[in-house]
Design a protein around this ligand. Structure first.
Ligand code: CP
Ligand code: NVA
Length: 325
């Protein structure tokens, strides 16, 4: 177990993160505060915080940002990583998720998993005695959402009262995690999607319940203009997520009216920003003039993956002593 005893001030110590809704709004706000603090600090300043700690990165799907940003985050905090991809690690194939979790918990201090179905990840995390972080599953991408709300906070000071519009496949991992984090911090989330790709009524009700204490709300619109009108943030993601390739043709046809173009951006606030988790497909979900234009925040967002994950690692693996509370 860990050499450092948990401080009561750090309620995230020893926990994992599979989904944003596991956090309270106060814990989420604290993670963002911590990320801003770590981002502002010189990168050598915290290089002994995770000395001697190992983070395993076990990825069943490709990744650029998640893998590299976790590796650099661990290096900057003095720890190390090991990476296994594809055939070397497929959760629940060679052995049960529980057996794999018991074994890995004996070797490493925390585990990031990128996988297809969410349920085996939950089984794995339940059996693990070290923190397990969801590096993307079909249901959630919480690390992306941490970076997203960090980026929005940097631009606008706070999410409270902002309108954040997500256009396209509003049933995917990125949409759900972004919406959960945004309503928890008091934003109005608008989904712009056809009926086939809009969140279920149960999901919308869950989001509105999640936002209740901070005033956050969620609504779905079939009309992309109504969704985008007056927005502070326009956000989109690929129309077809990894593992969903069999639906590509159908998605391309149905989601075309929800592409983020300059014309659609014109309905948002004059100060609105464009966001995308990347990788992006210019000419599909977003036009080149938008993603490469002055309102695009996508590379700040990508950079913030590393700062947000540093905060998460410090919160899960240390007593966070000396950090802002
Ligand atoms: N946004 C994101 O998760 O990127 P990668 O798939 O490259 O990790
Ligand atoms: N929704 C996308 C996000 C990629 C970072 C996917 O799951 O492929």
């Amino acid at each position: 177990m860990y050499a450092v005893a948990p401080a009561p001030a750090n309620p995230l110590f020893g926990r994992g993160l599979l989904s944003i809704e596991e956090l309270t709004p106060a814990e989420l706000s604290w993670l963002v505060r911590l990320a801003r603090y770590l981002k502002a600090a010189p990168s050598h300043e915290h290089r002994s915080l995770l000395r001697g700690r190992t983070l395993a990165l076990l990825f069943e799907k490709p990744s650029l940002r998640t893998r590299v940003s976790f590796e650099v985050a661990m290096q900057q905090l003095g720890g190390q990583t090991l990476f296994a991809a594809g055939g070397e690690f497929l959760i629940g194939t060679r052995e049960t998720p529980e057996d794999a979790a018991h074994v890995l918990s004996r070797y490493v201090d925390a585990i990031v998993i990128r996988t297809h179905a969410h349920e085996p990840l939950v089984q794995f995390a339940r059996a693990s005695s070290v923190p397990v972080i969801n590096g993307l599953s079909a249901a959630a991408h919480p690390c992306q959402a941490l970076a997203d709300v960090l980026t929005i906070e940097e631009r606008f000071g706070s999410l409270a009262g902002l309108t954040i519009t997500y256009l396209g496949d509003a049933r995917n991992n990125v949409a759900y995690s972004l919406a959960q984090a945004s309503v928890m911090l008091g934003a109005r989330v608008h989904f712009g999607a056809p009926n086939s790709h809009r969140p279920s009524e149960a999901m919308l009700a869950a989001l509105n319940a999640l936002g209740e204490s901070s005033g956050g709300t969620a609504r779905a619109f079939a009309d992309p203009v109504r969704a985008a009108r007056g927005a502070d943030v326009l956000y989109t993601d690929v129309w077809t997520s990894m593992g969903e390739e069999r639906y590509r043709e159908r998605n391309d046809a149905m989601l075309r009216p929800y592409a983020v173009t300059d014309a659609l951006l014109g309905y948002a606030q004059p100060h609105a920003i464009f966001m995308h988790c990347l990788p992006a497909h210019r000419g599909e979900e977003v036009s080149a003039d938008v993603i490469d234009g002055a309102k695009s925040a996508v590379f700040d967002q990508a950079e913030n993956r590393m700062h947000a994950q540093k905060a998460l690692l410090v919160a899960l693996l240390t007593d966070a002593k000396g950090m802002p509370q």
